[in-house]
Design a protein around this ligand. Structure first.
Ligand code: ZN
Length: 145
């Protein structure tokens, strides 16, 4: 049976036995775990990081973003957890799943590109040793002989 709401529980360790319709949140391990909201019993692990899921806690309810797409499960359920409510999406076709995955990859690339830009890392860099020679200089010298 599909759940339409979920409660949350802040824990340090995710318990071995998970109750239905409970989102276990471990801030320590930056992970949330729950049983698939469709009732299939599968364990859904959502790592919490800028590149994975973001968890919002308003003091009473939690939300996870982006949506949860359980493509790896037989149920292929797809839903959002917003303010402890489970909002269901239609079952995704393979094509839409592929499109969703592409978007996820793109989001990740944007995230890492953003981090790279923030760190002012040059696109390429040739390391220089203490004598001011590039590691390749000795090779070039060797090859010229
Ligand atoms: Zn399921």
């Amino acid at each position: 049976m599909r759940h339409t709401s979920i409660t949350h529980e802040f824990v340090e360790y995710i318990p071995g036995e998970l109750a239905e319709a409970v989102l276990y949140v471990s801030i320590t391990y930056r992970t949330a775990v729950h049983r698939c909201a469709c009732g299939c019993g599968n364990k859904v692990v959502t790592p919490i990081s800028p590149a994975d899921w973001q968890l919002f806690y308003d003091g009473e309810t939690v939300s996870l973003t982006p949506s949860i797409g359980n493509w790896g499960f037989h149920c292929r359920s797809h839903y959002w957890v917003t303010s402890n409510q489970v909002q269901w999406s239609g079952t995704w076709t393979d094509k839409r799943i592929a499109a969703g995955r592409t978007r996820d990859d793109w989001d990740r690339q944007q995230y890492f590109a953003g981090r790279k830009a923030a760190a002012h890392e040059p696109e390429t860099a040739e390391t220089i040793d203490a004598d001011g020679r590039s590691p390749l200089a000795w090779l070039r010298k060797l090859l010229r002989r």
